[in-house]
Design a protein around this ligand. Structure first.
Ligand code: SF4
Length: 315
């Protein structure tokens, strides 16, 4: 499998680029996810010309438009960082990124809740790092996370699901834009979309049905926006249980009453969060294979990312 290209804050790879000459190696990112991902490292502070080691920095002023200032000598680095970041995001367009993993809490790289010091010198956790903000504005449809949030199993599963979906979307684009290709992509992703947003499932179904009346470019652009919006919404046990019950309906004729009862119990235990999602998914996957159900066996929902990552063992 061709690896997914992801941008990443350089220090998370173990490179000694931090202000104090240290790093923030994250072994899940390098060793586990790293088997499927090719990282494109970005260290805003070093790449904009600052040395290692260097004086530490923080954000000051208005949370919506803070300044990047060195902590001791109070040098304002904002203009330098903004100019560099504007050029860097344009260069990153060539990298084919499917997402970005930021270093949390950094005044340059943090994507949310970064400390901003007000005029009284008090920190408020309400800022976004200067580079992270420019990146997210420039690549508004790309999945982004920080390494701290990725310790949460639900956020981790959701982020990795989104980057794998974006990779499949890019592969579909590479096969050429046609209404037929988009319908195939949508059909395979229907239940995945339903698990995140029943509303988007409806809207996207209608949108795809109108395919022949919409110019192809607009059709693809709008579809990607809707897909991004849908997957940004969390797949909860309640929404997943609805999808699992929907899938069960495909086996009405084949399953015995005992088998139906067992599957209903497993889905209910998952909905009540007694067991992880992998349990009902495995049981349904077994019936899909056994009865060779043609629609379900094509559904990405059953297998949205490599099983070796064990993401559904923890949600
Ligand atoms: S947090 Fe960002 S700017 Fe700081 S060392 Fe890591 S990559 Fe560089």
């Amino acid at each position: 499998m061709e690896k997914i290209r992801l941008g990443i804050s350089t220090c998370l790879l173990g490179e000694p680029v931090r202000y104090d000459g240290g790093h923030k190696l994250d072994r899940f990112l390098t060793e586990t996810l790293g088997q499927y991902v090719e990282y494109v490292p970005v260290c805003p502070e070093v790449e904009c010309g600052l040395p290692v080691p260097r004086e530490s920095m923080h954000l000051e002023g208005d949370s919506e438009a803070p300044r990047l200032v060195t902590s001791r000598t109070k040098q304002d680095m904002t203009a330098r960082m903004v100019e560099w970041a504007g050029e860097r995001v344009i260069a990153l367009e060539q990298e084919g990124l499917c997402g970005f993993i930021f270093k949390s809490n950094s005044p340059s790289s943090g994507m949310e809740r970064v400390r901003v010091y007000n005029e009284k010198g008090l920190p408020v956790k309400s800022g976004v790092g200067i580079f992270a903000r420019i990146f997210m504005e420039h690549f508004s449809l790309l999945p982004v996370e920080d390494e701290g949030r990725l310790h949460d199993p639900e956020l981790r599963e959701n982020f990795i699901e989104r980057i794998f979906t974006l990779k499949r979307w890019r592969e579909t684009l590479a096969h050429g834009r046609s209404r037929g290709n988009l319908v195939v992509f949508h059909t395979r992703h229907k239940l995945l979309i339903l698990s995140h947003s029943p509303k988007h499932y409806q809207v996207m179904g209608k949108w795809v049905a109108q395919a022949k009346d919409v110019p192809l470019k607009e059709f693809y652009q709008n579809y990607q926006v809707l897909l991004t919006e849908a997957l940004n919404l969390k797949a909860t046990p309640k929404k997943n249980s609805n999808v699992l019950s929907h899938m069960m309906g495909y086996f009405k004729e084949q399953l015995s009453s005992d088998e139906k009862q067992e599957l209903l119990e497993v889905i209910d235990h998952y909905r009540q969060e007694f067991i992880p999602l992998v349990v009902p998914i495995t049981l349904i996957g077994h019936y899909v294979r056994k009865y060779d159900q043609p629609y379900l066996k094509e559904q990405v929902y059953l297998n949205p990312h490599p099983v070796e990552l064990q993401l559904r063992n923890h949600v």
